[in-house]
Design a protein around this ligand. Structure first.
Ligand code: NAD
Ligand code: UDP
Ligand code: UDP
Length: 324
């Protein structure tokens, strides 16, 4: 690679999104340092990278200080699925807030750009639809989702203040629901749940009426958005929505998963979780304008690729992988 080879830190690099990001950066010839405490990430996610001379892994918890030398930082460390982030909610808030402070302190010492993996959850159960970046959100500060939502909101505050107070170059990506290979089969997210259930011939667990909506982005599109954001020259530090603005109800997702898998599973209705947002869809005009980015992979194609992954992953051990 030419002179633009960088040393890149990816926190949460052994997770679902982080592993795809590491893969992309290694493929481009950068020196990638993956930092992870393996809370939800796994070595298997990065197994294909372990032999690469430009890939290194460090087991570390970002709630503790980290002294390394790098040229840019992607801060992805944080459990992302409701089951995982609600398992130890205090640790979730610590990871978001203390983790952000430490990674911002690192960026400040090194004077390097830092990107935060924020989330559409900062909009809570939104009263504005679709969500634009200037909407401040509708978030319960004391509910079961708050450790994640408020932790991520506080992290955004820290990123904005390190920019204003210390002149740091910060990038905030508000990521909407993303799916694809290497989602954890047991993390309770809707796409992985439905696919694993369909492949096992078990009922698909549809929460509530199934009329609630989300917008699902295929992982390759999302990673491209993150990389473009990091490399974008406009440095106003404003958050940027990254997601596929193709809004779908959970009922429709269930039907599509059944169609793609060819499964004859039935639908089993369960109660809607507390504070489950009723609708979610990004307005991505800012990403289009600033990054020239928009998703290219339609839900149908993305589901096919994800199903192909789970067919292999679950082969032989399908029961072990099925969420309750
Ligand atoms: P994931 O759970 O697969 O990955 C998170 C990674 O962070 C894991 O490897 C985990 O072990 C690691 N981690 C957790 N706590 C840590 C700590 N204290 N120190 C070091 N490492 C730690 O989740 P994901 O889907 O890959 O999400 C990655 C990031 O993107 C998260 O910050 C998440 O909030 C954000 N995000 C994801 C989505 C999505 O749909 N996948 C949507 C919005 C935002
Ligand atoms: N920090 C870190 N690595 C570094 C520099 C700082 O982990 O290379 C941590 C450090 O532990 C500190 C935090 O980042 O608690 C915030 O650093 P900052 O310089 O902003 O604040 P201060 O050290 O003044 O509290
Ligand atoms: N959901 C569902 N069945 C499942 C898992 C989730 O109907 O087995 C619903 C959930 O209630 C929510 C939507 O699917 O309305 C998306 O859930 P997920 O946890 O994937 O993402 P998030 O709620 O964090 O956007």
């Amino acid at each position: 690679m030419k002179g633009d080879r960088k040393r890149v830190l990816v926190t949460g690099g052994a997770g679902f999104l982080g592993s795809h990001l590491c893969e992309r950066l290694v493929r481009e010839g950068h020196d990638v340092l993956c930092v992870d405490n393996f809370y939800t990430g796994t070595r298997a996610n990065i197994a294909q990278l372990l032999d690469a001379p430009n890939f290194e892994i460090l087991r570390h918890d970002v709630t503790f200080p980290l002294y390394v030398e790098v040229d840019e930082i992607y801060n992805l460390a944080c459990p992302a699925s409701p089951i995982h982030y609600q398992h130890d909610p205090v640790q979730t808030t610590k990871t978001s807030v203390h983790g952000a402070i430490n990674m911002l302190g690192l960026a400040k010492r090194l004077r390097v750009p830092i990107l935060q993996a924020s989330t559409s959850e900062v909009y809570g159960d939104p009263a504005v639809h679709p969500q634009t970046e200037d909407y401040w959100g509708h978030v319960n500060p004391i509910g079961p989702r708050s450790c994640y939502d408020e932790g991520k909101r506080c992290a955004e505050t820290l990123f904005a203040d390190y920019r204003r107070q210390h002149g740091l170059t910060v990038k905030i990506a508000r990521i909407f629901n993303t799916y694809g290979p290497r989602m954890h089969p047991n993390d309770g997210r809707v796409v992985s749940n439905f696919i694993v259930q369909a492949l096992a011939g078990r009922p698909l667990t549809l929460y509530g009426s199934g009329a609630q909506t989300r917008a699902f982005c295929y992982v390759d599109d999302l990673i491209d958005g993150l990389v473009r954001l990091m490399r974008s020259s406009g440095d106003d530090g404003e958050p940027v929505n990254l997601g596929n603005p193709c809004e779908t109800s959970m009922r429709d997702i269930a039907a599509q998963v059944l169609a793609v898998t060819g499964s004859s599973s039935t639908i089993e209705h369960r109660g809607l979780p507390v504070d489950d947002p009723l609708q979610r869809c990004p307005d991505i005009e800012r990403a289009r304008r600033l990054l020239g980015w928009e998703p290219a992979i339609a839900l149908d194609e993305g589901l096919r690729r994800t199903v192909a992954y789970f067919r292999v992953r679950c082969a032989g051990s399908i029961d072990a992988g099925v969420p309750a």
